[in-house]
Design a protein around this ligand. Structure first.
Ligand SMILES: Nc1nc2c(ncn2[C@@H]2O[C@H](COP(=O)(O)OP(=O)(O)O)[C@@H](O)[C@H]2O)c(=O)[nH]1
Ligand SMILES: [Mg+2]
Length: 250
């Protein structure tokens, strides 16, 4: 059994990508199941096979602990790791080839607290991979692109499993896409675009950080995908199978 953890910032398209991956694998004769790990989500674009909301009730937490919406969401997210046994049992009963795990909306509550990394490292599967979804519409300026690449590195550091960057909402950024991909391939191109944004005075440290990103081989081109048209899905599934079936590291 292979596990795909779909991570990314709020609204970047994690849940819709989960729905699309399910459809994709179903239509390619692979049996996938979905796990929703977001205790605070109200509506999902797919019908989860295993749902953390059956184990953690965000609204009861609010009442029982007299918490506001934010406090309740933090506690609900922190409780995810305590449910790993039950979630694992339910997944095991379904015995799928692939398990696609949709992670909580607010990535900081999952990846930057102990619950998310604990869940990922202790969840049993043969190979694990993380997708980091970057909202394409938020990556159209060079500085936001770089910030997202740094965030991606930070998530990789926290989760410590092979990771693929996925640029979502490709359908909304068709004209800008070649330039975004150039930034990830060439530091000169990125530097030129950054220099054109005159209001951004780059400090030496940020220049050093950007150089390090390229030099360390961590400025990997994201795979651009549209969850609306499915454009790019074939590239994403190829990248996934390179890691999952051949054990390649991204
Ligand atoms: N146009 C377009 N909209 C998208 C795409 N992916 C997600 N969305 C929309 O972005 C919003 C947030 O998506 P969702 O999957 O719920 O994000 P999540 O918070 O990361 O789970 C929804 O309105 C989606 O319909 C995409 O590839 N293209
Ligand atoms: Mg979601």
């Amino acid at each position: 059994m292979y596990a795909i953890f779909v991570t990314g910032t709020a609204g970047s398209g994690k849940s819709l990508l989960t729905a699309r991956l399910l459809e994709w694998y179903h239509s390619h004769d692979v049996s996938p199941i979905s796990v929703n790990l977001d205790p605070g989500v109200s509506k999902l674009q797919y019908d989860p096979d295993v749902d953390v909301r059956e184990l953690i009730d965000y609204y009861s937490i609010m009442e029982d602990y007299n918490l506001g919406p934010n406090g309740s969401l933090i506690l609900a997210n922190d409780l995810i790791s305590t449910k790993i046994g039950e979630i694992q049992d339910r997944v095991q009963e379904l015995n799928p080839d692939y398990v696609i795990v949709d992670t909580p909306g607010q990535i900081e509550l999952f990846a930057f607290r102990s619950s998310g990394p604990y869940f990922i490292s202790n969840f049993y599967s043969d190979i694990k991979v993380a997708l980091f979804t970057m909202d394409g519409t938020l990556a159209t300026s060079p500085i936001s692109f770089v910030s997202l690449m740094f965030l991606s590195q930070s998530i990789k550091l926290r989760l410590n499993i092979p990771q693929i960057n996925v640029l979502t909402k490709r359908d909304k950024i068709i004209e800008k896409l070649p330039e975004i991909l150039r930034w990830s391939n060439s530091i000169i191109s990125l530097q030129q675009s950054l220099d054109l944004e005159k209001e951004i005075e780059q400090s030496l440290i940020s220049k050093d950080l950007i150089r390090t990103l390229y030099k360390s081989g961590n400025m990997i081109s994201p795979i651009a995908v549209s969850n609306m048209t499915m454009n790019g899905m074939i590239n994403l599934s190829a990248a996934l199978s390179r890691i999952l079936t051949h054990g390649e590291k991204e």
